[in-house]
Design a protein around this ligand. Structure first.
Ligand code: PGA
Length: 251
C-alpha cells in the first residue's frame, strides 16, 4: 500500500516572515492529519526558520530546486549538501524551471542523481505542454522525460514522481481525475519497464496542476494517483489543510 503524499510548492512566494506566519496557521492542523505524508516546499531562504517551526511535528520539509555540483564557484546556486542539512525532499525538474531556466532532461538527471547521493528525496516533475497534449503526444513526451531524467540512475524508494501537465499548472484548468489516472498509469508502466513490476507498484506518483480543496477527491480517489503536488492552494492554510484532510479520509 502506497502512503499518499500532499506536497505544497510555494514557488517564489512569501517572505520569511510571511512563511513563518503561514506555517503557524497550518502547523497544528496539518500535524494532526494521519496516514498522509505532508511536505512543505517554501523558498530556500525560509527553510531554516520552518525547519525549527515544524521540528516536533509530522510535517516534512522540501526545497524547490538544487544545483548538482557539491560546492565551488557557482555564484548564487544551492548545493545538495546545503539542503541535506535543512530538509528531506527536493522538487526537481519543475516545468517552470524547464521553461524559464532552460533545464533540460540532462540537467534534471544530474540533479536527481545529486539529490539521491546526499540522501535527499527527489520529487521528479514531468508533464506535457498544451500543444503536445493536443497533438496526442502526452505519453511520448512524459515517457521520454522519465527515461532521460532517470537514465543510469538506480532505483531508490526515496524517489517520488509528480505528473504535472503544463497546461494545468496555475491555470485553474485541472486535468480530470480519469485523464490524470490514465497518464499516471502509463508512467507507472514505464517505471515497470525501467525497474521492474515491484518498483512500479511501490513508487509514488502524484498529480499536480490546479489542485484545490474542491477537486482533490477526484484525484486522490484514483487507483494510480498517490497524492498531489499543490501550488496556489498550498499558500492558503485552510485550503492546504483541507486537501490533506480529504486525502487522509479516503484512506
Ligand atoms: P498549481 O501549481 O497548483 O498552482 O497549478 C502546481 C505546481 O506547479 O506544482
Amino acid at each position: 500500500m502506497r502512503a499518499p503524499v500532499i506536497a505544497g510548492n510555494w514557488k517564489m512566494n512569501t517572505t520569511v516572515s510571511e512563511a513563518i506566519e503561514l506555517v503557524r496557521e497550518m502547523r497544528n492542523g496539518l500535524d494532526g492529519v494521519a496516514g498522509v505524508e505532508k511536505i512543505l516546499c517554501p523558498p530556500f531562504v525560509s527553510l531554516s526558520a520552518i525547519k525549527d517551526l515544524i521540528k516536533e511535528t509530522s510535517i516534512k520539509l522540501g526545497a524547490q530546486n538544487l544545483y548538482f555540483e557539491e560546492k565551488g564557484a557557482y555564484t548564487g546556486e544551492i548545493s545538495p549538501l546545503m539542503l541535506a542539512e535543512l530538509c528531506q525532499y527536493v522538487i526537481v525538474g519543475h516545468s517552470e524551471r524547464r521553461q524559464y531556466f532552460n533545464e533540460t532532461d540532462e540537467i534534471v538527471n544530474k540533479k536527481v542523481r545529486a539529490a539521491i547521493e546526499v540522501g535527499l528525496k527527489p520529487i521528479l516533475c514531468i508533464g506535457e505542454r498544451l500543444a503536445e497534449n493536443e497533438a496526442g503526444m502526452t505519453e511520448k513526451v512524459v515517457g521520454g522525460q522519465l527515461r532521460s531524467s532517470l537514465a543510469g540512475i538506480d532505483y531508490t524508494p526515496d524517489l517520488t514522481v509528480a505528473y504535472e501537465p503544463v497546461w494545468a499548472i496555475g491555470t485553474g484548468k485541472a486535468a480530470t481525475g480519469s485523464q490524470a489516472n490514465m497518464t499516471i498509469g502509463f508512467i507507472r508502466s514505464v517505471i515497470g519497464q525501467l525497474y521492474g513490476p515491484e518498483v512500479a507498484s511501490e513508487l509514488r506518483i502524484l498529480y499536480g496542476g490546479s489542485v484545490t480543496a474542491d477537486n482533490i477527491v477526484e484525484f486522490a480517489q484514483q487507483d494510480e494517483i498517490d497524492g498531489a503536488l499543490v501550488g496556489g492552494a498550498s499558500l492558503k492554510a485552510d485550503q492546504f489543510l483541507s486537501i490533506a484532510k480529504q486525502t487522509s479520509e479516503l484512506r
